[in-house]
Design a protein around this ligand. Sequence first.
Ligand SMILES: Nc1nc2c(ncn2[C@@H]2O[C@H](COP(=O)(O)OP(=O)(O)OP(=O)(O)O)[C@@H](O)[C@H]2O)c(=O)[nH]1
Ligand SMILES: [Mg+2]
Length: 290
Amino acid sequence: MIRVSLSGDSILLLGESGVGKTHYGAQLLRRLTNGDGALRMDGHATNLDPFEAALASLDEGMAAGHTATTTYVDSLWPVRDAAGRRADLVWPDYGGEQIRTMISSRRVQNAWLARVRNARAWLLLIRLQQTRTDDDIFSRPLVCLRDASAENREIPISDQARLIELLQMLIYVAGAGGRRPLDRPRLGMLLTCWDELGLDLAPTVALEARLPMLWEFLRSTWHTPFVMGLSALGRSLSPERQDDEYVARGAEHFGYVVQPDGNRSTDLTLPIHLLLDSLGQRQSGQRAPE
Ligand SMILES: Nc1nc2c(ncn2[C@@H]2O[C@H](COP(=O)(O)OP(=O)(O)OP(=O)(O)O)[C@@H](O)[C@H]2O)c(=O)[nH]1
Ligand SMILES: [Mg+2]
């Protein structure tokens, strides 16, 4: 979760295992430190271990490892934009299985409950190639099951249905269940590992084509959800084999986002800046009380 301490508010980062949370965190940290994007570090960042470890791998031109299932680390990043607005991002690194368990057990653990309730904006990370889009109970009517053999009877729900479940659970525990369309929490969505897709489409079009039910849910539930593409690494890296070009040029020269209008930018801070912007905070030069 990213907690943005503007009036004690926060942004919740949601992503299952393997979507790219750790690599995005590492690349974002370096971009913020270098200070050439829409947001820059403005003070002392703390608790950087998981991201520094990932950056060390990237500096050797290699991918970092999977985050242990039980890990949950909050890293504090004080940031500022060009207009002087400031926020304290609490950027987490956690094992994505925690999200999967939340969905499969239909339980929101107490620690997550507090994170969900404190957040005024949510950022959902999805890796389209990792999603299953085969038939499920929504696309195959029950009548089709009549002829199915006994061994073949179980039809798991699809990934888009699972993600909708997750969002519905979180909307409920956040106490926003009765309102539509939702203005708070704001919703941003990142389609991660965009380079793997080889698409020349606007991110919303890609989402709609691949996960139409999820997109319909987002569109009908939120006031103005935004969808961006993210390639934190710019290309695939191996955990064992060094990418010489990466080493020679430096990890900070790789990675891009695809903005809602389809334009690319190398500024990996843009999604966070857009969310901060959409929160409508205009606290120029002031850090809000925590
Ligand atoms: N091609 C490509 N691969 C990426 C990108 N970002 C991350 N990956 C790869 O995706 C895999 C998962 O990335 P992680 O950052 O470890 O994912 P995570 O969400 O932290 O996963 P957990 O730690 O298991 O929760 C790794 O093998 C990365 O190398 C990207 O922008 N492009
Ligand atoms: Mg990780």
